[in-house]
Design a protein around this ligand. Structure first.
Ligand code: GDP
Ligand code: NAG
Ligand code: NAG
Ligand code: MG
Length: 446
């Protein structure tokens, strides 16, 4: 796309919201003077669209974060929500921006010969939509804007070594000796190197361990009073809890996590080609502006297929009680298809080749999204996971796997689209599981 076209495109995307676009410039000038009002960044009230808007804000501080390396894609998406609520608390006090931690080096993203580090959020999510909730920038934007690959203060969060004293819960944060081996080491200049998302040249100027117990916003006083660093990274951010799990703030952030357009198009194309599914017939039309998307629960009908998320791999290890064998899963699938008069079934799974082969013998009519090598190279494991989730989110009926965050994110997507909870909060039972409790319905809050 030529520059002129890109500018026009950006303008066109801005057009329906143009009073807000102007407001953004105003907001940034305002923020620059350090007088950001409480309402400045509340969800849906401000829209940050253009790079021009960013360059005006020079005094802002940067919040960076990372998550325990073994954690997968879908728990990381949950930690983003916790950081967003911390950001909302910080924005009441001054101009902060959240730096999105590049994706990569994830345990499950092992497709050979495909380079999967330093992946920007824009490859998976729509940045304009994220920015309508809280101000966010990509890591490379941070390097350019802040004057180099330096993070002034790294706080490594950890639990209290002594656990909860007296079994009494209280919220607290204290500087403490590191309880685990520090994943950062000093270079010749005395700066810290470590895993900064594959950016080898990035350094932390100071690394300190903090024991933290509480909700994400307990970090507000620390960030405002205990450090003057302009860029602060919270490593092991999953240590912090949700401020308001399942409340409006949670859902606002969750709704802002709109998938990148090119992935939605691939999913929609697959639905229409193989599953007779389209938004008009399925009643799953959605507003491109998530702040305007609001549908009655039960309005969405979904495409004429059953969608299944069948988590395997590490979920099989240790003979988890709540994960079914393949033959048992296929029996359940057949029952559901009969009961709901569906003759098509879509399967999303991380099963290995051997299990995939078994599955296709047991259920020859199943449909899967199978990317070509070129598609895999383009979308990567993360994009393919999103395409699978998007297709699952549009089915007339969905069944997932117990305690899989991959399945949980599909529940939320269906909740946003307005599906009847009965068609969403379902999971397989283990072959010998006694109390097969079904997933909790987290009702959307607007
Ligand atoms: N494409 C695809 N990938 C999957 C599927 N199930 C699991 N995965 C991969 O395995 C990872 C599972 O890890 P995670 O996101 O932590 O979810 P959880 O472990 O199920 O809670 C995902 O991020 C995907 O990379 C699936 O149905 N389709
Ligand atoms: C933050 O500063 C206060 C006041 O100086 C101090 O009491 C507290 O221990 C500090 N907290 C951390 C985590 O450094
Ligand atoms: C590093 O950060 C800690 C915690 O904020 C602070 O106490 C310490 O003085 C800092 N060290 C340096 C060398 O700036
Ligand atoms: Mg996981």
């Amino acid at each position: 796309m030529a520059d002129g076209e890109r500018a026009l495109f950006a303008w066109m995307r801005c057009t329906p919201l143009w009073p807000r676009c102007l407001l953004v410039l105003f907001v940034f000038i305002y923020v620059d003077g350090c007088v950001a009002g409480e309402e400045t960044f509340s969800a849906g009230k401000s829209v940050v669209h253009s790079a021009a808007a960013f360059s005006i804000a020079t005094d802002r501080r940067y919040l960076l974060y990372d998550v325990n390396p073994p954690e997968g894609f879908n728990l990381r998406r949950d930690v983003f929500i916790r950081m967003a609520s911390l950001m909302k608390a910080l924005l009441k006090k001054g101009p902060w921006v959240l730096v999105l931690p590049p994706w990569g080096r994830l345990y499950h993203w092992q497709t050979p010969d495909i380079y999967q580090v330093r992946i920007p959020w824009g490859d998976f999510f729509d940045l304009d939509s994220l920015n309508m909730n809280i101000p966010v920038i990509e890591y490379e934007h941070f390097i350019a804007e802040s004057g180099g690959p330096f993070i002034e203060q790294v706080y490594v969060l950890q639990n209290y070594a002594e656990g909860w004293t007296d079994g009494k819960w209280e919220e607290k944060v204290d500087e403490r000796p590191c309880t685990e081996q520090l994943m950062y080491s000093k270079d010749k200049q005395g700066y810290y190197r470590g895993w900064f998302w594959g950016y080898e040249e990035t350094r932390g100027l100071n690394v300190t361990c903090l024991s933290a117990q509480g909700h994400a916003s307990i970090m507000v006083p620390i960030l405002l009073k205990n450090t003057t660093a302009r860029s602060v990274m919270l490593d092991r951010a999953e240590t912090l809890l949700h401020d308001h799990y399942g409340a409006k703030d949670y859902w606002d952030t969750r709704r802002s996590m709109v998938f990148a357009k090119h992935l939605l198009l691939v999913g929609d194309e697959f639905r229409s080609r193989y599953l007779d599914s389209n938004d008009v017939d399925d009643k799953t039309d959605y507003n491109e502006d998530w702040t305007k998307q609001k549908v009655r629960s039960g309005y969405a009908k979904g495409g004429p297929y059953l969608a299944v998320h069948l988590r395997r791999k590490d979920f099989l290890w240790g003979h988890r009680e709540d994960v079914p064998s393949l033959p048992a899963a296929v029996n359940s699938i057949r029952d559901i298809m009969k009961k709901h008069k569906l003759d098509k079934v879509f399967i999303a799974t991380d099963a290995d080749d051997d299990e995939q082969e078994k599955l296709s013998k047991l259920l020859p009519e199943m449909r899967r999204y199978e990317p070509t090598w070129e598609e895999m190279e383009l979308y990567k494991d993360g994009g393919v996971a999103i395409i699978d989730q998007w297709i699952c989110a549009h089915a007339r009926y969905f069944i997932g796997t117990s305690v899989s965050t991959f399945s949980f994110r599909i529940h939320e997507e269906r909740e946003i689209l307005g599906f009847d909870p009965k068609t969403t909060y379902n999971r397989f039972c283990g072959d010998n599981e006694k109390d097969c409790e079904q997933p909790t319905h987290w009702k959307i809050v607007y």
